[in-house]
Design a protein around this ligand. Structure first.
Ligand SMILES: [Zn+2]
Length: 211
């Protein structure tokens, strides 16, 4: 799941505690530093996105298999996925999106990176909510998706230790989105017919070009 809303919201804290410097020079240096930082961030984002399967890739429509071994390879995979997720400015990433057909995903929840292997989702209550969602496999396209407001998530972390999370709101939305990926489902299947038509119209020209 992508999250463009929290992007580029860096505060400009110029408290360097060094007031003897020529102010104009200082601002100029900061400006160049910011620009270089942004360019590097953009390059990292592009590199991350190039590792993520994009809509039209048949892997995204497959069902991932249960993870059986909690070994070093799994630990390395989850570390790599967390890096790709952050570099791509996402808040969640399923293994299937990096071409690995296994039931696991990573997501960012309350300043913590979480790994959930062999996830099982239980919906609590009957409340649902419609909100805009994006996907790292769909470029900049966003569309409204209805999701359960409260869910319970069970599974394992990368070491095989049990994970039990009671989630609501945005975190509940993110995990429902990622679990969909493990079953070959995408937000385009979940949105309303008008939004689907609109998204398809945006996606089609890209598919033709990439042929
Ligand atoms: Zn997605």
């Amino acid at each position: 799941m992508s999250d463009h809303d929290h992007e580029h919201e860096h505060g400009h804290d110029h408290d360097h505690g060094d007031h003897d410097h020529d102010h104009a020079d200082h601002d100029h240096a900061d400006h160049e530093h910011d620009q270089a930082g942004r360019a590097e961030q953009q390059a990292r984002r592009q590199l991350a996105l190039s590792q993520i399967r994009q809509y039209g890739d048949p892997v995204l429509r497959m069902r991932a298999n249960e993870v059986e071994a909690f070994d070093d390879e799994l630990a390395r995979l989850t570390e790599r996925m967390i890096g790709v997720m952050h570099d791509a400015d996402g808040v969640g990433l399923a293994a299937i999106q990096v071409g690995i057909l296994r039931r696991l995903f990573v997501f960012h929840d309350e300043d913590e990176d979480r790994v959930v292997v062999n996830p099982v989702l239980t919906v609590r209550g009957n409340d649902t909510e419609v909100d805009e969602e994006g996907c790292l496999s769909l470029g900049p396209i966003r569309m409204p998706v209805e999701r359960a407001v409260e869910v319970t998530l069970d599974g394992f972390d990368a070491t095989g230790a049990p994970v039990h999370l009671e989630l609501e709101g945005i975190s509940a939305r993110v995990v429902q989105h990622e679990i969909d990926h493990l079953d070959g489902k995408m937000i385009i299947d979940r949105t309303d017919p008008d939004s689907r038509r609109e998204a398809m119209a945006q996606l089609r020209p890209r598919l033709v070009l990439s042929r």
